[in-house]
Design a protein around this ligand. Structure first.
Ligand SMILES: NC(=O)c1ccc[n+]([C@@H]2O[C@H](COP(=O)([O-])OP(=O)(O)OC[C@H]3O[C@@H](n4cnc5c(N)ncnc54)[C@H](O)[C@@H]3O)[C@@H](O)[C@H]2O)c1
Ligand SMILES: Nc1nc(=O)c(N)c(NC[C@H](O)[C@H](O)[C@H](O)COP(=O)(O)O)[nH]1
Length: 276
C-alpha cells in the first residue's frame, strides 16, 4: 500500500518516458559531467499559458500527469525554478511519489535539490515557506538560492539552518533593470556543486529563455503536459521571441524524437532539441 499522502505512478506509464530521462550512467559516475542533463518541463493550456496571470498559481495537470511530474522529480538531482514562480506558488519543490525518502523511503533518497534563481534576492521566504518547512521535517532537501548580489544575512542563516546554500553568480544588468545570468554559467555552477541532472520547471521567463536558439542546445529533453483548457489572453505565456533569417520569419526552435502520451485527460509531449 502507498504511504500516506504519496502519489503513485505505475510502471506501464513510466516506460515511454524512460528515453527522455537523464542517462542512467550519469547517476553512477564518480565525476559529474561538465554540465548537468537539463530536462525542461512544464504544464500548459491549449493557448500556451502556464497560469492565469504572473502572480497566480494555476493547476493545469490532472492527477495522472501530476504523478508523472513527481516521478520525473525523483529522477533528477535538482529542480530549478525562477523567483517569479517561488513568489507566486510558495512551492514545495519536493518529490511526493510513493517510495522516495519522506514518503515511505529511506532518508532523502530520490528527493531532488530545489534551486531558486533569484538574482536580486526578491524571494521573501520564512520558516513557514513550504520548502523550508519540508526540509526541516526531512521530507525534502533544503533549497539553494542563486543570487547575483550579496544575500541578506537573515535569509542566508535561515537557509543554512536547514541545510540550504547561497550560490553567487555574475549577472549583467539589462536596460530594463533586469539582472541576467548566462544559462551556461548556471549549468557549470550546478555541475561544480555535484548536480548531474536538473529539471527546470519554469516559470514563463525561464522557459522562454531556454526555448530560444541561444540556449536550446543546453536542453537535453523537453516534457510538456498539455491540459484541455484555455486560460485567456492575460496569462503567463510560453512564447519565445520570434526569429528571422535573411529577412524571413523562421521557427524559433523545434523538437525531434517526439512522443505524445495520453495521461488521464491530459497529453504529455516528450521530445529532444535537434542535435541532443
Ligand atoms: N504551469 C506550469 O508548469 C508552471 C511552471 C512554473 C511556473 N508557473 C507559473 O508561472 C508564473 C511565473 O512565471 P514568471 O515568468 O513570472 O517567473 P519565473 O518563475 O520565470 O521567474 C522569473 C525570474 O527569474 C529570474 N530569472 C529568469 N531568468 C534569469 C536569468 N537568465 N538570469 C537571472 N535571473 C533569471 C529573474 O529574477 C526573473 O524575474 C507563475 O504564475 C507560476 O505559477 C507555471
Ligand atoms: N506540472 C505542473 N502542473 C501544473 O499544473 C502546475 N501549475 C505546475 N507548476 C510548476 C511549478 O514549478 C509549481 O511551482 C509547482 O508545481 C508547485 O510545486 P509543488 O507541487 O508545490 O511542489 N506544474
Amino acid at each position: 500500500m502507498a504511504s500516506r499522502g504519496a502519489l503513485v505512478f505505475l510502471q506501464p506509464s513510466r516506460l515511454p518516458l524512460d528515453p527522455y530521462l537523464p542517462p542512467a550512467s550519469t547517476s553512477q559516475q564518480q565525476q559529474p559531467p561538465p554540465k548537468p542533463h537539463l530536462t525542461l518541463t512544464f504544464a500548459t493550456s491549449l493557448d500556451s499559458n502556464l497560469s492565469l496571470s504572473p502572480g497566480v498559481q494555476t493547476v493545469l495537470s490532472g492527477p495522472e500527469s501530476k504523478a508523472m511530474t513527481h516521478y520525473l522529480r525523483s529522477k533528477h538531482d535538482a529542480i530549478l525554478i525562477g523567483v517569479g514562480t517561488a513568489i507566486a506558488d510558495n512551492p514545495s519543490l519536493n518529490c511526493r511519489i510513493d517510495g522516495v525518502g519522506g514518503y515511505g523511503g529511506e532518508g532523502l533518497e530520490g528527493q531532488p535539490r530545489p534551486v531558486v534563481l533569484d538574482p536580486k534576492g526578491r524571494w521573501e521566504f520564512g520558516p513557514e515557506s513550504k520548502c523550508i518547512a519540508l526540509a526541516r521535517e526531512e521530507r525534502g532537501k533544503a533549497p539553494w538560492l542563486i543570487v547575483a548580489r550579496e544575500c541578506e544575512e537573515g535569509k542566508r542563516k535561515m537557509l543554512e539552518s536547514v541545510g540550504g546554500r547561497v550560490l553567487q553568480l555574475p549577472a549583467s544588468e539589462q536596460e530594463s533593470g533586469r539582472y541576467a545570468m548566462d544559462w551556461r554559467e548556471i549549468m557549470v555552477c550546478l555541475a561544480e556543486q555535484g548536480v548531474r541532472s536538473v529539471m527546470v520547471e519554469g516559470g514563463g521567463s525561464v522557459i522562454n529563455e531556454l526555448l530560444s536558439p541561444k540556449y536550446f542546445d543546453l536542453v537535453g529533453s523537453v516534457i510538456v503536459t498539455i491540459a484541455p483548457t484555455w486560460l485567456g489572453k492575460d496569462g503567463v505565456q510560453v512564447c519565445p521571441d520570434a526569429r528571422e533569417e535573411g529577412g524571413k520569419r523562421i521557427p524559433v526552435s523545434r523538437l525531434r524524437d517526439v512522443k505524445w502520451i495520453p495521461l488521464g485527460e491530459d497529453v504529455v509531449l516528450c521530445g529532444r532539441p535537434n542535435g541532443n
